[in-house]
Design a protein around this ligand. Sequence first.
Ligand code: BGC
Length: 771
Amino acid sequence: MKKSKRWMIFLGLMATFTGSAAFPLGADAQAGPFSAEARQKAEDLLKQMTLDEKVGQLNQSAGIVIPGLANDKPDDLIVQGRVGSILWLTDVKEINRLQHLAVEKSRLHIPILFGFDVIHGYRTVFPVPLAMASSWDPEVEEQAQHYAAQDARAAGIEWTFTPMVDIARDARWGRIVEGAGEDPYLGSAMARAQVLGFQGERLSPQSVLACVKHFAGYGAADGGRDYDSSYIPEELMQNVYLRPFHAAEEAGAGSFMSAYMDLNDVPASGNHWLLTDVLRKDWGFEGFVVSDAFAVASLQTHGYARDAEDAAYKGITAGVNMDMASQTYTRNLAALVREGKVSEQYLDSMVLPILEAKYDLGLFDHPYVDESRVDAVLSRPEGLELERRLAARSMVLLRNEDHILPLSRQLKRVAVIGPLADSTHDIEGGWTVEGLFGNGSKSHPVTVYAGIRNKLAKDAQVTLVSGPEPARIYPGLLDRLAGHKPTPPPTPQEIEQWIAKARMAASNADIVIAVMGETANMSGEAASRATLDLPGIQQQMLEAVAATGKPVVLVLENGRPLDIRWASEHVGAILEAWYPGTEGGNAVADVLFGDVNPGGKLPISWPRTAGSEPLYYNHNLTHEPEDRPDFTSRYWDINSKPLYPFGFGLSYTTFRFANLHLRKTTMGVGDTNEVSVDVTNTGAVAGDAVAQIYIHQRYGSASRPVRQLVGFQRVTLQPGETKTLTFPLGKNELEFWSPQKREWVVEPAEFDLWAGEDSTATLHQTFQTTQ
Ligand code: BGC
């Protein structure tokens, strides 16, 4: 594993917390995500800094006032050089005002690094990350994040808290929407793509610093309850949860965010094993770590730190460079250094990468936002075209009985049903930059209702029956900040009226399109659920319109898989649109009417009900095969298999997989091999197949997953066309962290190999590895 020269220096300093540096910080040291030039300049600057100014660089202040949580506006601290970064600020005038204070009024003129959660677009909002992962097309994700980076940079945001690469195997966890799903291989590809999208090959004055989060294991919260503790044995950390993080680090990510929760009884933001042993020592990471919001102060809340001083000590010595918003470093760190509890040399090593990032981002040369061009950049029309294309590419067709889809554009009478059908609030999903903190979104989202209208002739009758908006029992954090109260549930009379209206509209239509799921604030942070039902009266409305006998298409807008067992048997077609973004409604219509042939695939195993969770395809074998009906080790009251398997998604055409071939059926453990497979479009229209390669190691020093994704490619095929696709098979695909050997190994063993359209693929071969 990678170990850098910087790491050797860091190690030396760690060893001498209270003493003098074991190694000097040499200018010739190998730069990690940052350039050697930035390194030199940062070292020179560091020499001029006072202790308070150094601590200042480790402080990220909130750019807004959060009642009861954060400080007032940070003007005075900025002038004293005690603010390294600011978050939660998107008002460019305010960004410039604060930057002028830092650059003109502070002693060393060090610019502030402005950070914000640009998760899936800025003004043009792209599909949510779970949707982008459903494209199984990392290039798509890279393009979107590159576009978002250009927008963000023009608007004064130089650092984004993206990508979120937490593996999530439990749909009850609200933040499953922010990641790439359950699989480490797919997750790694998406992680890499996002880092490249934001930063480019190297950080530059045009790019945005990526922040890989939430390091690590946040997605494994007990019971899917957000923030709850995670208990993850090291083999699972290494083989599953850490893999996308490592991929992002290898792609050059300049920063990481330490997570909130306890990991194996040690809070992630005070976890030396994670932040130092794994991240710096094993991987050789040379960027910097910011805590999640208030997480350094929260080391006390967890019952891990005695008081604020202890929290600062535990945070910094674990390896958190920057304290997000809690002011714990600002108030305690200088004293810790003066008392000799933290050495100044160690402090220097924590400050240095932050300065380097600022140099490489060009902040010292161009600290201000050009306010005159912000709106023009954020309103670039090509963004909307890209968004629409990506959104359609991300959608997953789950069901299409009797080829009910694609629909005809000649349709004359359509009923569009459901609270999400015409909701501009929800189609973009959570984390919309301009929608946060009350700034007000300036995008003009296209709803599914509007998208359908756009496709049909002017005289077509498109009847909308929305129904009552389902409400969370507890309003979300942002709702609370905005003073929103939960909407009262509808009365029995109101429910009856809505159902009657929906039934009437369906009876008078040739087809019903039900747009249902969750409002955007039902998933995301602090938005976990104990059930996965369609919330509110949506299920009743759906059953009522289906009872009319009219064909029904269900379009899902949601941030997690839902319990759609009834729909999966009773409605004609189901299209998973996730939260598809600004042009989402047009993209849904593109797919419904066949202008785009859907090619997205599930990045998660779709549970039948909440009780199936956690559910994932890459589990181990048990002593009883899953399929044995008489003595199954699984549930007896529901089918223990997913409703739709990982990797699944239909198309308007069909594909055949054949000729699965290995260049060598016996290979040395250190060899590289190649797999090839022929994919043919056997239908009548062009379409995208996602070829997926899975392996299983039959025996070894540990039980290995029943299947494991080790390759995929999305390809477009014309009717009748065949493509031969090749995939590498070597160390990267075969190695795993062995709990008994406590290292990464490729073992001599027999393997199964499958190729096909999803994780239940049947086209099979075997191969062998030898010592
Ligand atoms: C979230 C992070 C986010 C941070 C800053 C936290 O509450 O957990 O994902 O980046 O806030 O907005």
